[in-house]
Design a protein around this ligand. Structure first.
Ligand SMILES: [Zn+2]
Ligand SMILES: [Zn+2]
Length: 276
């Protein structure tokens, strides 16, 4: 199991990869571009190549995250068009970095209803992946279920993946905080959750784990990350993920709140301790 954290890519991808290594991470995540904006980004090919090579040499696994403000289920034609253009670009950047996957949030139906939302999400995914030939998979992340967010349950995510034209280009990213807030697991039901992942074939398409404690209580449907062991989930329940043999091949990435990235060095050490 590779363990790491989210890292700023402000100083370039190669520097971010070196930073990950300095912090003791053998997995890390970067945004493909400014998470709050959708401005097109010009890829620095030399930097991407250098960073990719460095990750290869150090045995570091990379996951990318796409900006938050796209909506795969939007009924609005303008946002729909921007979402497609932006995520296509994110996939190209993530692929140039050699990322295992590019995480995208599930759609929000914004009042149009869940059935519409799922249908529109599949339609948008098809338009994004239509001509995509890269190796990096687009990873659907489970949501906390805030507002009209889709994709809370394992079964729903599997159904969406199976409905797209190119399911082989789609994988999953499991967020421990979102799943807890969505009410789909507790310490007591952890094994049932992993069994469900296995039975539905979610597990074989799972590419990364986002490892976060939760400020908000179980079933609250609120997405509020917390440091490991300081939140409502607790270190004991979270350590089950680190010790689960079926998750052994996966990168585990912290997205916990920090004032300074340096704090992740200690949290990564703590995760190795919890793993035992
Ligand atoms: Zn996440
Ligand atoms: Zn979150």
């Amino acid at each position: 199991m590779k363990i790491g954290c989210h890292i700023s890519v402000a100083k370039g991808f190669y520097k971010a990869a070196k930073r990950a290594h300095e912090l003791g991470a053998d997995a890390f995540q970067v945004f493909t571009k400014n998470p709050r904006g959708l401005r097109p980004k010009k890829l620095n090919r030399a930097d991407a190549e250098k960073g990719k090579q460095y990750c290869g040499e150090q045995g570091i696994t990379l996951v990318c995250h796409t900006p938050y403000i796209t909506n795969l289920s939007t009924p609005k034609p303008d946002l729909h068009e921007v979402t497609i253009r932006s995520i296509k670009e994110d996939l190209a950047i993530a692929d140039a970095y050699g990322a295992a996957g590019a995480v995208v949030h599930c759609g929000k139906h914004v009042g149009e209803g869940e059935e519409y939302g799922r249908r529109r999400m599949v339609e948008t995914l098809n338009l994004i992946l239509d001509e995509y030939e890269g190796n990096t998979k687009l990873l659907l992340e489970n949501t906390a279920g805030q507002g009209s967010e889709l994709g809370l349950s394992i079964r729903e995510l599997v159904e969406i993946r199976e409905a797209v034209n190119k399911p082989e280009k789609v994988g999953f990213c499991f967020d421990t905080c979102h799943a807890f807030a969505a009410g789909i697991w507790t310490e007591e039901t952890f094994t049932d959750l992993v069994d469900e992942m296995e039975e539905t074939k979610y597990l074989e398409n799972l590419v990364a784990i986002h490892f976060n404690d939760s400020k908000a209580p179980w079933g609250s449907r609120k997405d509020r990350h917390e440091k490991i062991g300081k939140g409502e989930i607790g270190a004991q329940a979270l350590s089950l993920f680190l010790r689960e043999p079926r998750f052994k091949r996966l990168p585990v990435v912290l997205e916990t709140p920090v004032e300074d990235e340096q704090e992740y060095a200690e949290e990564i050490r703590y995760l190795h301790e919890l793993k035992g």
